[in-house]
Write a protein that binds this ligand. Sequence first.
Ligand SMILES: [Fe+2]
Length: 136
Amino acid sequence: MGIEWRESLAIGVEAIDNQHKELLLRFDRLLTACQTGQGIEELKKLQAFLGEYVHSHFSDEEALQRLHHYPEYEAHLAQHAYFIEQVNKLEEETKSEGISTHHVVETNNMLLKWLLNHISKVDKELGRFIKSSTAR
Ligand SMILES: [Fe+2]
């Protein structure tokens, strides 16, 4: 059971949608790896990827919000900060304890769930705002 990009997750900004696709693809690799007992190895790869990608993705999204004078900017920023905090926490934990299965489960449960919820609600809202402000 994997996770797939679907049109309902599109926010209508191509660059951002492509970044979301990439993120989901990486999480999907983790889910797939879990089925063959490779979860721990794949989590290492995902962590290395997220460390950089999440920062550049969020800063692209935030720049877009500033460009459009998005009124929910501060709240959106706080959500991004929360996710980065979770990624960092996981990083610290796995560095000090080593990666174990519960980190893999946590990543699937927590990080992926957050991401899907964030894209489908918070980022979609941003997409709607941009659409309506550029239509004016
Ligand atoms: Fe976002």
